[in-house]
Design a protein around this ligand. Structure first.
Ligand code: FMN
Length: 242
């Protein structure tokens, strides 16, 4: 887990048979709120569909290049269907709480799968840009109402020639609070800015402070790159978020 790095360059080499099933077994082994298991995953391998998803997800080339795209879903449709079959009500799924449960379940499952993939020597990267056009992604994957694609995940054999190193994180004292929350240590954050610039220099990446990167990402509505309409998109997908 400490060797994790996102992989965006892949080698053309077939996966061992059964790999997707193994990753899903790891995903299903994750904890899940009240055993509701309100998540699903769509495994996309068809090149034309991957290309369309790449278009919808910020035209990120690695989505096309990776042999496998796993799209992780908050899936409340299954509960709605179970309730319908039982002739029962499922009003609870209309609440923001149920949506959060679905997103958390999907994230826990996905991270288990990524860790499992990395343990097999595979690599991958999450694709949050799958939320840039939620309704179109839902249409592409034939998602029923009450299902939301939380993020994608490109998976394949890493091309180590193009790979980067483990990216440094914030100093632990910034994220670990003992007993009670402590305000951010600005000196530690400034030190991290310098560490990250050093890492970017080594990796021959463009240099940008963590601070400036975060500010640019959260600056205003435009910086959300279309994701400012998430509430509206979720309503269209059957999530009233009461
Ligand atoms: C939910 C989520 C969404 C992400 N979306 C993208 C994405 O759309 N494109 C991308 O290149 N990286 C994406 N990433 C990868 C992050 O940029 C990466 O994890 C972070 O910079 C830390 O780098 P590392 O994973 O190599 O340690 C995403 C990561 C997460 C957890």
């Amino acid at each position: 887990m400490l060797a994790h790095r996102s992989v965006r360059h892949f080698r053309d080499r077939p996966r061992a048979p059964g790999t997707v099933d193994l990753l899903v077994a790891a995903a299903q082994s994750a904890s899940t709120s009240s055993n509701l298991q309100v998540w699903s995953v769509v495994a996309v391998e068809e090149p034309a569909r991957k290309a369309r998803l790449a278009e919808l997800a910020g035209q990120q080339g690695f989505i096309r290049a990776a042999p496998l795209q796993l799209v992780w879903l908050a899936d409340l449709h299954r509960l709605a269907a179970v309730a319908e079959t039982a002739g029962a009500t499922a009003g609870g799924i209309d609440y923001l709480e149920a949506f959060i449960v679905g997103v958390v379940d999907a994230a826990l499952a996905a991270q288990n799968a990524l860790t499992a993939a990395e343990s097999l020597g595979l690599g991958g990267v999450y694709v949050g840009a799958m939320r840039n056009h939620p309704e179109q992604v839902a249409a592409e994957l034939a998602l029923p109402p009450h299902v939301f694609a939380v993020f994608g995940m490109a998976i394949g054999w890493p091309d180590h020639a193009a790979g980067s190193d483990v990216k440094p994180r914030l100093p632990p004292q910034v994220v670990l609070h003992r007993e009670q929350y402590v305000p951010p240590d600005q000196a530690a954050i400034a030190a991290y800015d310098a560490t990250l610039r050093g890492f970017q220099r080594e990796q021959k990446m463009g240099e940008i402070d963590w601070t400036r990167q975060c500010l640019a990402r959260m600056k205003d509505t435009a910086a959300l790159r279309g994701r400012d309409r998430m509430r509206e998109a979720l309503a269209n997908l059957g999530f009233p978020l009461r």
